[in-house]
Ligand binder design. Sequence first.
Ligand SMILES: C[C@H](O)[C@H](O)[C@H]1CNC2=NC(N)=NC(=O)C2=N1
Length: 109
Amino acid sequence: MNLLLAQCTPQRETLPLEQLAEWLAQVPAWRADPEHKLIARRFAFENFYQVMAFVNAVAEIAHAQDHHPEMHVGYSACTLSYTTHAAGGLTANDFICAAQADALPEAFP
Ligand SMILES: C[C@H](O)[C@H](O)[C@H]1CNC2=NC(N)=NC(=O)C2=N1
């Protein structure tokens, strides 16, 4: 699956470990928690204007994909985490949105 072009669909089953490893390798800046319930990445910026532009772009991805992150927003950084509530863990939807967030501009990649 091309994660950048993919569209989220309703998911109720978490991913098998093998698939998880393959997609984690495609979004290397993201970390899974030890229980593989979520993936997270910190994005760094020069100032709050850049942070909020990023937050709004991530919101557009969420609307388009109907899949929604947790966002921790600070003055010069935003940490995103994705999990699929309906599955109780990680699904394709989390990796699709992570890959699409990776494609947004970042001040300090
Ligand atoms: C019907 C709709 O697709 C679901 O409620 C979506 C909305 N956004 C969601 N976002 C996330 N992160 N997990 C979900 O299970 C989820 N479910």
